[in-house]
Design a protein around this ligand. Structure first.
Ligand code: NAD
Ligand code: MG
Length: 392
């Protein structure tokens, strides 16, 4: 039967790749609803091309402009978080692609979980911040959670499958690969002078600005470490981060008998997206087959925690537990935004993250209000630190 999709974050990089996969399989997938924040130009194009039933924007102004520019199309236009939650839980929807950037993606994703949709999870920040509550809801509503982050999708593919998706039997470690980002071999002195344009110029992946900066600072790998702990019920002790600059091996699972299973491919997000949408089957993506002779060399090394302290901060946040992960994520969202707006330097991001993580007391995540409160106070503290100009 045809699967009906709700695409949250439709105008972003994951949005582009998801639309491309849907376009290639009109007999298998239809687009019921789309949501985005402010990019009306792109949303007009999506509405004209795909004719979803509902389109939601982040503000009333953006919605009104979209209405004006889509005259004659039989589409319902809405705005705001409540409308995003409504499309994510609509009866017509089978699968929800959660690809909003940052903490803003949490409520619509939870709404989709509670309506028992298949969750295609790109928005790692929602799982990192709400962790236990998120996973409890997945279990309570018996929902299929497909990791879209390429590393986690790879691990999912390398774990033994059972009727619930995967099992951990006989697994000794997860090997989470990291490209190392554009500054992998740079000195601290050079990294101090990095511009937003340089940080957004990732060697292997074309992504949104925030995740590109996170990849350059290794915060992305830190968030992914926490994401892997929640998804696969592991601790950072069970996960080795391995720097692999070619981004051909997307991650690996090491077994007790000495076997290591890797998932490989050309770095293109259409592959994990299509796998998430079609699992337990597979569909074509139009992505080129991997030619190992062209790649020739695969390198692996240890991450440098001195130059990239964010990775260690993420492990610290996991062990502190509770709202610490929401604090770290919120500090990072504020710091990355400040960096992108030339208010702070690249190396200040991890300093701000460290201060917020260390200065705020943490609470157990017993309810959603605590996550939102943790997010709010951490954002305020991070913004105060940015304004003070004293990062350590
Ligand atoms: P992007 O910046 O290209 O797109 C973000 C999308 O979210 C846009 O459609 C934007 O309109 C929407 N958005 C932003 N703020 C919003 C808000 N407040 N309310 C509603 N919509 C909002 O980002 P991206 O690269 O597509 O990444 C999206 C998510 O997927 C992130 O969580 C990222 O970590 C994750 N992810 C991305 C990649 C990748 O290759 N791009 C890989 C793995 C995971
Ligand atoms: Mg990733």
């Amino acid at each position: 039967m045809k699967q009906s999709i709700c695409l949250l974050g439709a105008t972003g990089s994951i949005g582009d790749s998801t639309l491309d996969v849907i376009r290639q399989h009109p007999e298998k997938y239809s687009l019921f609803a789309v949501a985005a924040n402010t990019n009306v130009d792109k949303m007009v194009h999506i509405c004209r091309t795909f004719r979803p039933a509902v389109a939601v924007m982040g503000s009333a102004e953006a919605r009104d402009e979209l209405v004006r520019r889509c005259e004659g199309l039989n589409i319902e236009f809405e705005w705001g978080e409540e409308a995003m939650c409504a499309i994510a839980s609509a009866a017509e929807v089978d699968q929800v692609m959660a690809a909003i950037m940052g903490f803003a993606g949490l409520m619509p994703t939870l709404s989709a979980i509670r309506a028992k949709k298949r969750i295609l999870l790109a928005n790692k920040e929602s799982l990192v911040t709400a962790g236990k509550l998120f996973m409890d809801e997945i279990a309570r509503f018996n929902v299929t959670l497909m990791p879209i982050d390429s590393e986690h999708n790879a691990i999912f593919q390398c774990l033994p499958q059972n009727e619930n998706g995967f099992s951990k039997s006989h697994v000794s470690k997860l090997l989470l690969t990291a490209s190392g980002g554009p500054f992998k071999d740079w000195s601290l002195a050079d990294m101090r002078e990095v511009t937003p344009a340089q940080a957004c110029n990732h060697p292997n992946w074309s992504m949104g600005q925030k995740i590109s900066v996170d990849s350059a600072s290794l915060m992305n790998k830190g968030l992914e470490l926490i994401e892997a702990c929640w998804l696969f019920d592991m601790s950072p002790h069970d996960i080795d981060v391995v720097v692999h600059p070619q981004s051909i091996v997307h991650s690996m699972v090491s077994y007790k008998d000495g076997s290591v299973i890797a998932q490989m491919g050309v770095p293109d997000m259409k592959v994990p997206i299509a796998y998430g949408m079609s699992w337990p089957n597979r569909i074509t993506t139009g992505v080129a087959q991997l030619n190992l002779m062209d790649v020739a060399t695969l390198e692996f090394s240890k991450p440098d925690l001195e130059r990239f302290p964010n990775l260690k901060l993420a492990a610290d946040a996991w062990f502190i537990g509770g709202t610490a992960m929401a604090h770290l994520n919120a500090a990072n969202e504020v710091a990355v935004d400040a960096f992108l707006n030339n208010r702070i330097g690249f190396l200040d991001i991890s300093k701000i993250n460290e201060r917020v993580l260390n200065e705020l007391p943490t609470l157990a995540v017993t309810n959603l209000e605590r996550v939102f409160e943790g997010d709010r106070i951490a954002r305020n503290l991070a913004e105060t630190i940015v304004q003070s100009g004293k990062y350590l």
